[in-house]
Design a protein around this ligand. Sequence first.
Ligand code: ASC
Length: 153
Amino acid sequence: MNFKNLSVAAVALTAALASVPVAADTLKFGKAEDAIKYRQNSLFVMSQHFGSLGAMANGRADFNADIAKQNGAVLETLAALPWQGFAEGTQGGKSKPEVWKEKTKFDGHASDFVAQAGTLAAAAKTGDLANLKAAFGPAAQTCKACHDAFRNR
Ligand code: ASC
């Protein structure tokens, strides 16, 4: 293999590795309580990283490109996780019963959010505050839309 083909292969491998799905559907919870804790805690950790990006996007914190990039990367990885915690038979916590009664709609909200988290992470990676600002609102909107429909206050 010549050098050019080798670098093409390296780029293709990197792209393939990057698109390996994160651990989104890997767990079988022993107890409903564990599933509830898992989804609540993963959502909580996500909210902290999301909140840091929001503070920069909204001018409540100084923009730091490196921190934004790292928080975007953490957010993107975590965004895939909570949904497996909403398994059948794990009703409770702050979830409305509609999560399970309207699972397709709920899953649609989850995948909208995952897509926006990816867009926000990509925006954060550019190191440009204007891109972060543009991507933050639509991502926050996907959090809110799902909470309005499926979370008890
Ligand atoms: C957060 C958080 C939410 C969302 C929501 C967006 O950081 O904890 O629930 O953003 O406020 O509208």
